[in-house]
Structure formats: C-alpha cells, structure tokens
Design a protein around this ligand. Sequence first.
Ligand code: ATP
Ligand code: MG
Length: 564
Amino acid sequence: MRQSQLLIPTLKEAPAGAEVASHQLMLRAGLVRQVAAGLYTWLPLGLRVIRRIEAIIREEMDRSGAQEVLMPVVQPAELWQESGRWEKMGPELARLADRHERDFCLGPTHEEVITDLFRREVHSYRQLPCNFYQIQTKFRDEVRPRFGVMRAREFTMKDAYSFAADQASFDATYREMHDCYSRILRRMQLDFRAVEADTGNIGGANSHEFHVLAESGEDTIAYASEGGYAANLERAVAAPPPPRPTPGETLREVATPGRTTIAEVAQFLEVPVGRCVKALAIGGEDGPMLLILRGDHELNAIKAQKLPGVKQPLEFASEADIRTATGAGPGSIGPVGAEVPVFVDREAAALADFVCGANRDGHHLVGVNWGRDLLLDEAQVGDLRNVAVGDPAPNDQGELQFLKGIEVGHIFQLGDTYSQAMGASFLDREGKASVPIMGCYGMGVTRLVAAVIEQHHDAAGLRWPEALAPFDVHLVALNYGKSESVREAADRLLAELSAAGIEALLDDRPERPGVKFADADLLGLPKRVVIGERGLKQGCVEVRAGHGRDLEQVAPAEVKARLC
Ligand code: ATP
Ligand code: MG
C-alpha cells in the first residue's frame, strides 16, 4: 500500500494528557483518535493491528474446539433481570429504552445472552461440552476511562462461554482455555503471568487473570519468591500469622491529646506501629461497622466488600455517623466496648498487648488483649488486608514479591450461577434434566494493542513484533517524486512483495528523507528497505531484515528472498 493514500497522521510530540507510553505512541503513530472520553476511532494502521490480533485469537480459539458466534450489543433487560444483574450492576451498565419504552442495555459482557441461547437450543448431553466465542464490541461506562484504549468505555473483547455436563469435563475445558490464552500471548511475544483473581461482577468461585507485565499496569500482582503462587493483590493472601502470644500487660487508658493517626499514636506511646490497631468505620446495611487492622497494614476493599452486612460498594462512614455510633471521632475509635458490628483482620486478631482507640476523644487503650478485654468470635475474623512485599508466601513458598501488570485476559469458573438463575438445563445420559456447569473467558482485543506497545517500543517509537505489525515491510523511497529510478525500483518492489503475500507499506510521500526516517522509526515496522538514488547507482538498496538487525546492501532483485 502507498503511504500517500493512507490516513496516518503522525505527530512529533505526545499530546498533553496522554500519560502512558502506549497511549502517547498510539496517538503519535496515528493508530487511533479520541472521539469522546473512552471512545475511539481506529485509523487504518491501528485497525490492521486489531485484525492481526483477532486472527491469532481466532486461530487458537478454533484450535481449542470453540465455535464462533456473534451476539448483539443491545440486550433486553429481561435477561438481566433473570440473572439478577439488572439490579446488581451499578452505573457501569449503560441502560436505554427503545421506542416502545422497553428496557435494554449495551452489553458489557454476554453471560445472559449465551445462557438464553443454550436453554433454547441445546438439549442433550450429546451436545456437551461446548464452548461459544465471539469477537465483538462491549460497552462499559467506566468511572475513569484512561490510558487511551487501555481503559475505554467502548472496546473490543473476545469472550467465550463454555457449558459442561460435569465437573471433570468443565475442568478439562478450563485447562484448555488456560493453555489457549498462553499460546495466544506467546504468539504476540508478550511477557505475561497467569494469576489467581477476584471474580468481581461476573461472579463464580475461582478465576485466573492473564497479565502483561508493565510498570504502567494498573494491577499489582503478588507472587511467591520460591514457588508458583501468584495472585492479583485484590485476592492475594499471605501465610497465616503465628498463634497469638499470651497477654503480658494490663489494660490501661492513656491520654493521647491531638494524636489521631496511627503513626502519631505509636510514636507518642513508643510502641511499634504494628502493635497498634486501626479501626476503620465503613457503611453497613444497618449503620456503621468497624474493621480492625494492624496499624502497618492496608485495607483490601475487595475482601472487605464480601463481609456479611457491608454496603455495596464499600464506603467509609461519615464523621457524624462515627460519632453517633461510638461517641468519638475517627482518630480515637476502637473495638473495645464498640456497639456496632466488628470484623477483625486475622493479623490484628493474632496480636497481644496491643494499642487501640478508646472510643473517647484524645484517648487510647494500651495492653489490650482479645478474649480477656473484649470478646472475639471466630466468625468476626478473616483476611481483610492487602498483602505486602516481604510477607511470608502461602505454603512455605518463600516471600511475596510484587509486579505491575496489565490485565488482558480473565477466565472464570462460573459453576451453575447463571444456568440455575436462568433455568438452563440438558437431558443427561439417564434422561434426567441436569444443570450445565459454565465457564467464561474474556480477552481484551483493543487493550492488547496497548499492552503490546507497552512491551514493544523504544525512545524513537513503536517496535512491532512481526506477528502483529500493521505491515510486514516499510519501503522507504527517498525522493520518490523526483527520481525516476527510485520510483521504478520502489514500485517494482511493492508489486513483487505483494505478489509474494508480503504486506508492504511504500513511503511515496513528497517528504524530506529526515521526515521519512523519523516516521519510519515511529511506526516501527520490523523490516525496512531504503531505496535511494545513490544506492541504486551502485545496484543496491538498503535492507534491515528485522528489529535490531544490521543494515545490508542488497540488489533489488534479492530483496524478496532476504525478507522472507
Ligand atoms: P478491569 O479490572 O481492568 O476493569 P475486568 O475485570 O472488568 O477488567 P473482565 O470483565 O474480566 O474485565 O473483561 C475481560 C477483559 O476485557 C479484560 O481482561 C480486559 O482485557 C478487557 N477489558 C475490560 N474492561 C475494559 C475496558 N474498560 N477497556 C478495554 N478493555 C477492557
Ligand atoms: Mg472492569
């Protein structure tokens, strides 16, 4: 193709507001343009990359035995009411009414539609297991669309949904999808990790996310230094704490005037921060609730949200509500004598002789002990905190370490959540109605474009892996407009390469060589041929057969062979 005939609006500088490298480069190299927050138009080069990613995904999904379908973007509210998600989903679900005032939504995911298809069309165990996939537009009204197409509102996802007759059959499909995702990401030359993950709005018991490792990633992955354990920070656990020591101190109340933060209190009382507990007041269905954590630990909102009676989504109680419930301000509250529901992180529950707020302004309790000074029921104790670097990993796998990742895929063990709720069933071998076990498998096609760029760029621009480059070869023709010999050689090469099935982009624009080289570096196609008058006089063009490869002088007739 001729560059003069394609819209590739390159930019010298990164536009203001583009924070991460992939967003900057996608704008600079003319892959996308923003239409509104989280909504993008894909220009020719960007779309070609999407098509290559889709082709790899299709090949591997087909290889795994999945069948491709295409479901509508617009989905009737009735299906979402059946699954219970019409109520449960917040404003991320975009709802609309048609001209007859019937409710619909823009599909953020397709569990309901596929389960409806299954219950209508699949009837027998003989048709199982089955796995349906599509590559299609999703809409999610994200609170904070950002990082370009990485967190957009409209984006392309490959989503798949499997149905199995029994657990063993489901497990085999899940393993196959795990392998399939790994094959897809390896073909894209991505450095990635599969990790245990939280299931969020989709539900089900277990799930795994696939993360492309990148400093700019929004997710934190905790992994064991000596073993295979790896989990999203949202879900990661450390080894359980050692048993609680026996009490040594007596309980006393001390004045801590003006000290309200844990650091201030610990310093004032000369106790380590880790022996003070903090009380976080959150909104519960019947008024505030207290969460107790060690002073040096951070609350994990995803874990806390799963506690019984906690308001969804998690919110901190107002100062006024805290005062009404405890009689003190947020800096002086604690579990002793609290008349609201209390949940305790297991690390805080393992402390003896600790410090906590006295539920009286400007006062704290020291030498506090569970069991002796306040009751602690096992049902109140759980894992509520974010793990930290250096924590002991579960199952003696060394220490936890952190990495940053971009979530590009997420596979879920749904169990019978949707099939039960929506009454999907099939006749088993004995002719009895049985409920299928489901899985679902998402992969962000457009997010992958950005993730690939995060791992494949340098100071000058993009560095496409060969499997994903929008074109295989960049033919940079110097003085194309003025030099007959350059024009002839370049046109011939373009024709010859396309006849051989090699997709080439010919820079035939009337631009100076410096501009052409800068743009070629920015676009980052792996192979390059520079055609100039001086070289041609000596019977040569300049070929670079891949990123990081040396430049070679090659006779035009040999170019095709050198590039194959
Ligand atoms: P996140 O935690 O990043 O919001 P999610 O858990 O909501 O992701 P899933 O529901 O598992 O995502 O969707 C499957 C895949 O779709 C994700 O792994 C991701 O690659 C992609 N995806 C999800 N939300 C977006 C978005 N707003 N923009 C682009 N891609 C997205
Ligand atoms: Mg999301």
